[in-house]
Design a protein. Structure first.
Length: 226
């Protein structure tokens, strides 16, 4: 009996024909998510420490940044970054404009989460580290931050998941990520439900992997008790 699953006009046939477009879109989604998460983690950590321990002239702009960024919709931020930077003569590609926007948004959330986690560490931990002669940077690096990171991991994972989902908005500035690649394929074969379901499964796989990574890191820091 002839196998019709790979005949022209079937979903499997169309998916196979479009495999490179889907894989390229998936690669753009994963790369933009990775860059945004890394940048937001680094910048958010520095800003969170500034919010918790910085002088007033550091805390004030950091607090203003966090409050403003958390109140702006991601789509508006993406459009403003892409078109606004051009007004100042800064020429960036749509891909990097999207990363800048997603990173700027996520940095505010990481900073606020870390500030709360740092301030939740008992004051006695800082005093004990000071008593044994550790300088402030060493107290922060060896005592406070490891304990704070353990508490900030769940919201960090949530922020990462939001970034992955936020990459779908990059299509409005022409970045061919997974969603836009799927829509371009659907425009050719009209298999709308099938390819939307396929894109959904691929996003679920990415987010599941990120959630598992967060769980692994949480178990790695589980030895830290106070």
């Amino acid at each position: 009996m002839m196998d019709l699953s790979m005949q022209p006009g079937t979903f499997l046939f169309e998916a196979w024909q479009a495999r490179w477009s889907l894989l390229n879109g998936l690669g753009v989604t994963m790369l933009s998510s990775l860059w945004s998460i890394v940048i937001a983690t680094v910048c958010g950590t520095l800003m969170g420490v500034a919010l918790a321990y910085g002088w007033w002239w550091l805390r004030l702009p950091a607090r203003l940044y966090v409050d403003v960024m958390r109140g702006i919709p991601v789509l508006v931020l993406i459009l403003f970054t892409y078109y606004g930077l051009a007004l100042f003569g800064i020429d960036v590609s749509a891909f990097w404009a999207g990363i800048i926007a997603l990173s700027a948004f996520a940095t505010a959330h990481v900073a606020e989460n870390l500030r709360g986690a740092v301030q939740s560490v008992p004051a006695g931990q800082m005093e004990a580290a000071k008593a044994i002669g550790l300088t402030f940077p060493k107290r922060l690096w060896y005592v406070i931050l490891p304990q704070a990171f353990r508490r900030t991991l769940p919201p960090w994972v949530n922020t990462g998941l939001e970034i992955v989902k936020g990459t779908t908005l990059l299509s409005v500035i022409g970045v061919v990520e997974l969603l836009l690649a799927s829509q371009q394929i659907m425009a050719r074969n009209y298999m709308i439900i099938d390819f939307y379901l396929l894109a959904t499964v691929m996003y679920l796989i990415i987010n599941f992997a990120l959630a598992q990574l967060g769980g692994l890191l949480e178990r790695r820091f589980s030895y830290l008790r106070y």
